[in-house]
Design a protein around this ligand. Sequence first.
Ligand code: DX5
Ligand code: ZN
Length: 219
Amino acid sequence: MSHLVAPSLLAADFRRLDRAIELVNTSEADWFHLDVMDGRFVPNISFGQFIVEQIAAEASKYVDVHLMIEDPVRYVESFARAGATGITVHAEACTHLHRVIQVIRESGAKAGVALNPHTPVNVLDHVIEDLDLVLIMTVNPGFGGQKFIYHSLEKVRQTAELIAVRNSRAIIEVDGGIGLQNAQKVLEAGARVLVAGSAVFGADDPAAVIRDLKAIAPN
Ligand code: DX5
Ligand code: ZN
């Protein structure tokens, strides 16, 4: 199965959000990636349900909501209602991760768990069968435009192995510092979804970058 490209709107020009949404809708991109930050789990604050709802109303593609917030179970239902197709929570932000995953599934959204760069893959050992997606952070979350952490390739491989051994349906998403220079490597390590913020929206021709990311063929 070929890979998916998920532009992160965090890097878009929010004064002209309509243009960014239209660009993703009409491009070869597969998903919208929406980064929700609360100023506690990560230092930065981005946007919440209200903006997600506005974007989801215009989006003609899968809406991938990445919650970088403390105790996200409090908001799962409201993000599902706002139009999230998939909801990803951070393992580090959930005391009762197993329960949170069930709450996401009950909301009707696809369930994802994200891991910070320092978090070992084995925290997923007892939940992997319940997941639709594992998000491997390839930078420390909080900001766009950071440098890809090379060691995360090894984590992608470990996650792919866990998924295979346990026969899970989960797919692997990578997020942070992804662009044409490293996309092939992460795909070869086992990633299926490429999130790209600044590589796409920082380019003169975002649709062309999306096309080039889609065209990469892992060896
Ligand atoms: C980082 C966010 C990312 C970010 C990616 O905390 O989760 O989705 O927008 O941006 P780039 O591609 O610029 O690293
Ligand atoms: Zn993200």
